[in-house]
Design a protein around this ligand. Structure first.
Ligand code: UDX
Length: 464
């Protein structure tokens, strides 16, 4: 919305939320999320044509176009638990829009939703419409965190799905005109509603599938002596495959991939396509396997136990340049190591202690609910400390796990770190960002995903 405000000075944008602290933060100098470049965009338009308000109903009533970007968590109980999207928040937003509207409106699905959600929303709106006309559009968001501003300023494509009726097409044209302020026409794709909804799930499933594919290869590389980076480079040179999204890792995280695939799986099952559902489910299963495999490598390398040993966790965000921890592989790795009674010392340049402790206390899928439904004062874990410096985190540690590929981790003084660690000193690089040879020269025992194994690790009999 901030980008729309920046690129369309003739359009007034009001971002509304029922959370007072969140809106207060958007109106302050300290924005509630960390995203490179966002501060500048918000500060350039705030109080000119970009406003943040808790007066939800007033502003919805006044708007011509309403973008709905509410949470769509994975259901944890009832029909479809563990897979289907919970549309409670979407449904109440739609009912509120119907209640307060006094003029015709275009309602845009911005939250990622299951295919055919638009149909359900349309029914809620039209059955409560008081003579007002609503057009539903699907306009999925493809930006990635950390590069959001760049992705929004120069998108590969903008996708708008609408009804194939004259009114539907008019609404599509109206939204297209908004994006046309800065996006070249040939990059604004228009489709029917269901294609747009499905394309979002499909895009994320394809991207995640590439990561699970290279991660599956990383396991085979470790067994055979191949190097996953060399394999990725070699296959990426095939222009049909391409070089992007082939970095082996401890596993993918983020608010979208797992959730959207589980959603896709559920939709396939509901449509009587169990084989297709099974196919996509594997992408998530390989991701879980990769995280478990990493923990097993750590524990088995360190004489089959980490009980009472200090392990430094460098990085908690699900990727670099974001403070976002939703579905971060760090959570599963920390749980796995705590299960073996490790003492964890965690450092991330952008994630607060409160957030880390909240994440470790949370039940699966709870992150997508409003904060008041999450653990408020998470129990202090005796086994976990959060520190604000990588040197402090690694002091007296037996091992280090790199979970996020922050640039600063590449530049640390590893000789200094080594000198202050217990011996033998282990490093487990879950992101393949460190110089393995240089670390081995210092004296570290190094494990790097999908790379030829250190003789120490190789000699261990582990079933992974
Ligand atoms: C993703 C999609 O890229 C974006 O189009 C969609 O709108 C939302 O979901 P995001 O979750 O912000 O964006 O991050 P992305 O860059 O896709 O990374 C997702 C996860 O995959 C991260 O944990 C990242 O570290 C991991 N990853 C990515 C890999 O492990 N290897 C890779 O090669 C690329």
């Amino acid at each position: 919305m901030a980008m729309i405000a920046l690129k369309c000075p003739d359009i007034q944008v009001v971002v509304v939320d029922i959370s007072k602290p969140r809106i207060a933060a958007w109106n302050s100098d300290e924005l509630p999320i960390y995203e490179p470049g966002l501060d500048e965009v918000v500060k350039a338009c705030r109080d000119k044509n970009l406003f943040f308000s808790t007066e939800v109903e007033k502003h919805v009533a006044e708007a011509d176009i309403v973008f709905v970007s509410v949470n769509t968590p994975t259901k944890t109980r009832g029909l479809g638990a563990g897979k289907a999207a919970d549309l409670t928040y979407w449904e109440s937003a739609a009912r509120m829009i119907a209640d307060v509207s006094k003029s015709d409106k275009i309602v845009v699905e911005k939250s990622t939703v299951p295919v055919k959600t638009a149909e359900a929303i349309e029914k809620i709106l039209t059955h409560n419409n008081n003579g007002i006309h609503f057009q539903i559009l699907s306009n999925p968001e493809f930006l990635a965190e950390g590069t959001a501003i760049e992705d929004l300023a120069k998108p590969d494509r903008v996708l708008i799905g609408g009804r194939e009726t004259p009114e539907g097409q008019k609404a599509v044209a109206a939204l297209k005109a908004v994006y046309a302020h800065w996006v070249p026409e040939d990059r604004i794709l228009t489709t029917n509603l269901w294609s747009a909804e499905l394309s979002k799930l499909a895009a994320n499933a394809f991207l995640a599938q590439r990561i699970s594919s290279i991660n599956a290869m990383s396991a085979l590389c470790e067994s055979t002596g191949a190097n996953v980076s060399e394999v990725a480079y070699a296959i990426g040179k095939d222009s049909r495959i391409g070089p992007k999204f082939l970095n082996a890792s401890v596993g993918f995280g983020g608010s979208c991939f797992q959730k959207d695939i589980l959603n896709l799986v559920y939709i396939c099952e509901c449509n009587g396509l169990p084989d297709v559902a099974h196919y996509w489910k594997q992408v998530v299963q390989i991701n879980d396997y990769q995280k478990t495999r990493f923990v097993k490598r750590v524990v088995s390398s360190m004489f089959n136990t980490v009980s009472g040993k200090k392990i430094a966790i460098l990085g908690f965000a699900f990727k670099k340049d974001t403070g976002d921890t939703r579905e971060t592989p760090a959570i599963d790795v920390c749980h796995g190591l705590r299960g073996d009674k490790a003492l964890l010392s965690i450092y991330d340049p952008q994630v607060t202690e409160d957030q880390i402790k909240r994440d470790l206390a949370m039940n699966k899928f709870d992150w997508d609910h409003p904060q008041h439904l999450q653990p408020q004062s998470p129990t202090a874990f005796k086994q976990v400390s959060v520190v604000w410096d990588a040197y402090e985190a690694t002091k007296d540690a037996h091992g280090i796990c790199i979970i996020t590929e922050w640039e600063e981790f590449k530049k640390l003084d590893y000789q200094r770190i080594y000198n202050n660690m217990q011996k033998p000193a282990f490093i487990f690089d879950g992101r393949n960002v460190l110089n393995v040879e240089a670390l081995r020269k210092i004296g570290f025992i190094v494990y790097s995903i999908g790379k030829p194994l250190d003789p120490w690790v190789k000699d261990l009999q582990v079933s992974i």
